[in-house]
Design a protein around this ligand. Structure first.
Ligand SMILES: Nc1nc2c(c(=O)[nH]1)N[C@H]1C(S)=C(S)[C@@H](COP(=O)(O)O)O[C@H]1N2
Ligand SMILES: [Mo]
Length: 319
């Protein structure tokens, strides 16, 4: 099954939730069903037979100092209203289509301007005793938001251990590319694998988290198991899921949404109510589970912590 709607460069997230994709949904689901059957029959092998570990309780984490006054969005909404194009462009389908994705074992590749290059098992990367809960606001570029009780470790702790060289100015992250396990990758919706980047000082900021869980459990597959980025002052698309590689580089990388449509999606993607998306306002947002819209906050409410990173930059130009 291959649905080619348009060239990837012609599309964006708003259109993708539109009618064309909606109409292809049945066919897509049918094909996903066929895949699950193939797995059960042993054709897809590992897919259906491996134990599903997502959802296991995490016990050893400490409570972080963030989230005072924030009411977490329900577990149901956080895990059934997702953007994860590797599985579907629909918000509700990733929960279903990612159900049999097995995120274990998982390895991470570290490359580029860093002393400790190599391939690491996830377990060597994330030390369980270092885990911390952080309740953060989460703001999608589509003008909806959530509050998520993440569990993870500051990315800075990982980066320090890897010892970037003096040439490392940015870190580039990639999602797994495996069309057998990620049915959305059989369509050329996005240039796979999904890629995101941060300036090294953004990556080293204490708020920037590598998340392995939410609501006290390992990450559900649809939320980016087993490891995803959380940068709470940036739009949702920066928060890359199911990461398999970190690459330290000198030049600013081109992130996936910027490649698709650089006029509408930039590298920085800082939440900013004063800079509208070319086709809609970013001044307000709908918090999932709430009725009335809220005002969007500068840097998503984290201005005190992060505004200094962008001192002197024209945020209309570096959007
Ligand atoms: N690999 C990958 N990462 C991704 C996406 C995606 O489609 N693929 N979607 C992004 C977008 S647009 C958003 S809003 C968030 C959604 O995260 P959530 O489903 O956990 O709420 O994931 C981001 N990370
Ligand atoms: Mo998003």
């Amino acid at each position: 099954m291959l649905i080619r709607i348009k060239k990837a460069s012609d599309i964006d997230s708003r259109e993708l939730t539109d009618k064309a994709v909606y109409e292809s949904r049945r066919e897509f689901l049918r094909s996903a069903g066929a895949l699950a059957l193939a797995g059960a029959a042993g054709v897809g092998g590992l897919l259906a037979s491996a134990p599903v570990t997502a959802g296991a309780k995490l016990s050893d984490y400490k409570k972080g100092a963030y989230g005072a006054g924030l009411e977490p969005t329900s577990y149901k909404d956080i895990t059934n209203y997702n953007n994860f194009y590797e599985f579907s462009t629909d918000k509700e389908e990733p929960a279903l289509l990612a159900r049999d994705f097995n995120p274990r074992p998982w390895t991470l590749t570290v490359e580029g301007e860093v002393e400790k290059t190599g391939t690491f098992a996830l377990e060597d990367f994330i030390k369980p005793h270092a885990l911390e809960e952080r309740i953060y606001r989460f703001r999608c570029v589509e003008a909806w938001s959530m509050v998520v009780p993440w569990i993870g470790i500051p990315l800075r702790d990982v980066i320090k251990r890897l010892q970037p060289t003096s040439k490392a100015k940015y870190v580039e992250m990639r999602t797994l590319y495996d069309p057998k396990r990620m049915p959305g990758q059989r369509r050329s919706l996005l240039p796979w694998p999904y890629l995101e980047g941060l300036r090294l000082d953004e990556a080293m900021h204490p708020l920037t988290l590598l998340a392995v869980g939410l609501y006290g459990e390992e990450l559900p597959n649809q939320n980016g198991a087993p490891l995803r980025l959380v940068v709470p002052w940036k739009y949702g698309f920066k928060n890359i899921k199911s990461i398999v590689s970190l690459r330290f580089v000198e030049q600013e990388p081109k992130n996936t949404w910027q490649v698709i449509n650089g006029r509408e999606y930039g590298f920085y993607a800082n939440v900013n109510p004063q800079v509208d998306h070319p086709r809609w306002s970013q001044a307000r947002e709908r918090r999932i589970g709430e009725f009335l819209k809220r005002d969007t906050l500068m840097f998503n409410g984290y201005a005190d912590e992060v505004a200094g990173l962008y001192a002197g930059m024209d945020l209309k130009k570096f959007y």
